[in-house]
Design a protein around this ligand. Structure first.
Ligand code: UT7
Length: 331
């Protein structure tokens, strides 16, 4: 048999930097009350959300992704010519083909990078991070730019009192590259297509082309809540176990920002010490789907609540149903 040379790479990978972008339009709970029978008190108590950001004129998935990616590249202090792969995680790009990642790579001045989009809804960033880590460690690219960006406001059904208040737009990006020590733990990920009907899109994009009306997002909130506080709680614990850590070794917890009450349940399940810094960006940003985790990471680092080198547990979960999480060293 002819021997084929295998690629080899560095033993470890880590996140070098993070950047994020939030759109300019602030939508408070009061604004939504013209569409749904609800109250600021109910939304705040049941979810934690006080406001979210939606795109304004001239802002879109491309502008948000470009801003987040530019910040991440600049903060990493690397030569962009060494970025060998660009991954965009999104469910907000209008076109089935071509993917948006090649265009972003071109606009960012990254020559000849492998570039592609992935669709893993709210688990999208953590799915992408697993890929980026594997690409670096296999020696298939020196650095990987991973972007997660969403414009969920465009598919939000303003008249659905079960979802209208939940989502916000935004983007986050990281640079992943080689490391002397391990900065990204084993991914814990999976899916349950048997629950594909729990979070859904009301029509496909072909219908949108015919009618000019965007499909909307629908969700059985109670079913997702139950899954998140039982199955996902166990998956979150497995992220720690697989990384060989105990709860007291954790500095920061960045769960998907779906609901403050889900976060509270995960905290109780994991028995995390009170010293652990917990992401609560849902209060100002809502649920940003794939972009949630990197946006929360950037917010915690920028505010000084968390710092570079600390150990963080991240996990995303959502439509599919899909989930992914890992322990990381903060950039
Ligand atoms: O990123 C994707 C993952 N998504 C999630 O993880 C979302 C998970 N689910 C949730 O966060 C929650 O299920 C929601 C926030 C969506 C809903 O909260 P809930 O506590 O599960 O509400 P519920 O549907 O069980 O409804 C409880 C009560 C009902 O009234 P009764 O029957 O108890 O009198 C509803 O009619 O709240 C009522 N209700 C509302 N009241 C005011 C439902 N929606 C609203 C509303 N405003 N918007």
């Amino acid at each position: 048999m002819t021997e084929i040379k295998a690629s080899t790479g560095p033993k470890y990978a880590r996140i070098y930097s993070v950047g994020s972008a939030t759109p300019s339009r602030v939508i408070d709970n009061e604004f939504l009350l013209q569409y749904i029978d609800s109250s600021d008190e109910w939304i705040t108590q049941r979810t934690g959300i006080k406001e979210r950001r939606w795109v304004a004129e001239g802002e879109n998935i491309e502008t948000l992704a470009m801003e987040a990616a530019s910040k991440a590249i600049e903060r990493a202090g690397i030569d962009r010519a060494e970025i060998g792969a660009v991954i965009l995680s999104t469910i907000s790009h209008y076109h089935q083909t071509p993917a948006l990642a090649p265009k972003l790579a071109y606009q960012l001045g990254i020559p000849d990078a492998a570039a592609y989009d992935i669709s893993a809804a709210c688990a999208g960033f953590c799915y992408g991070l697993a890929q980026a880590e594997a690409i670096v460690r296999a020696g298939q690219a020196t650095y990987v730019l991973l972007i997660a960006g969403e414009v969920i406001s465009e598919i939000t059904n303003l008249e659905d009192r079960g979802t209208a208040f939940l989502f916000g737009d935004g983007a986050g990006a990281v640079i992943v590259g080689p490391s002397e020590t391990n900065g990204i733990g084993p991914v814990v990920w999976g899916s349950d297509g048997g629950q594909e009907g729990v979070i859904w899109q009301t029509a496909d994009w072909h219908t949108a082309v015919e009618t000019g009306v965007f499909p909307k997002l629908g969700m059985d909130g109670r079913a997702v809540f139950k899954w998140a506080t039982s199955f996902i709680a166990r998956a979150t614990k497995k992220c720690l176990d697989d990384a060989g850590l105990t709860p007291d070794q954790l500095d920061v917890f960045i769960p998907h920002q779906a609901n403050d009450r889900i976060t509270d349940t995960l905290l109780r399940y994991l028995k995390l010490p009170e010293t652990v810094v917990v992401a609560r960006t849902i209060r100002q940003l809502g649920n940003n789907s794939a972009a949630t985790v990197p946006m929360a990471m950037d917010a915690l680092l920028s505010s000084g609540e968390a710092s570079s080198g600390q150990t963080a547990l991240i996990i995303g979960f959502g439509a599919g149903l899909v989930y992914a999480g890992q322990v990381i060293t903060l950039p």
